[in-house]
Design a protein around this ligand. Structure first.
Ligand code: SF4
Length: 203
């Protein structure tokens, strides 16, 4: 019997991009801006496509957790505690994450407005300040651009570390059950589906 050859798509390898992103941020903090692609693309897919295509096919971080947890067997593959997969936790974490994101934007604004100076640190777990000086020696851009980079990179590293911890302790993609981007895109898709149903009902 002839074996069926599985076709591989370029987007199945976006886990490489996730690794490259963190490596670039280790070299120059301005590269952290590239992480905005992972913030904006899922929303575009959800708003204009009404689906989670990004999560299902294009998320390098999700792929990385699967690769490490499943293929490289770094995951215990245990079910996550019940509270972790509840709606309350998912939305609570989203609110917390967005509050931290807004705080980071405010710090960027302070530098922009000349009321604060550039802090060359990244904050891990929203608490621990890690010196990250070597990644920025000035550029053609104003300091607030670098400040955003430091803040955003810290958020990306923190969320990836949390994802890796829950990957090891529980199932491979446990992070996806409460990932803020996943929660937001799911919310958008649900609203869109409801609107479509209403349209059909109203003829
Ligand atoms: S839920 Fe988050 S980490 Fe998981 S695939 Fe979607 S965007 Fe990626």
């Amino acid at each position: 019997m002839a074996s069926v050859k599985k076709t591989h798509h370029w987007y199945e390898y976006l886990w490489i991009w996730s690794i490259v992103f963190f490596a670039l941020g280790f070299y120059n903090i301005l590269f952290a801006w590239l992480g905005m692609i992972d913030f904006i693309l899922p929303l575009i897919f959800a708003v204009f496509g009404g689906n989670k295509w990004f999560c299902n096919h294009m998320c390098g971080r999700g792929q990385l957790f699967w690769l490490l947890g499943h293929k490289l067997k770094c995951s215990r593959k245990k079910s996550a505690p019940r509270w972790m997969v509840t709606k309350w936790f998912r939305y609570g974490f989203l609110i917390f994450f967005m509050t931290m994101f807004a705080t980071m934007l405010f710090q960027t604004y302070l530098v922009f407005a000349g009321q604060g100076s550039l802090r060359k640190v990244i904050k891990l777990f929203w608490t621990f300040k890690i010196p990250w000086k070597w990644t920025y020696e000035g550029s053609i851009f104003p300091d607030w651009v670098a400040q955003f980079g430091y803040g955003f990179y810290g958020l990306m590293v923190t969320s990836t570390l949390i994802g890796l911890i829950v990957m090891v302790l529980f199932k491979e993609r446990t992070w996806c059950t409460f990932c803020p981007m996943g929660t937001m895109t799911q919310g958008i898709c649900q609203v869109q589906n409801r609107l479509k149903k209403q349209e059909v009902q109203n003829g």
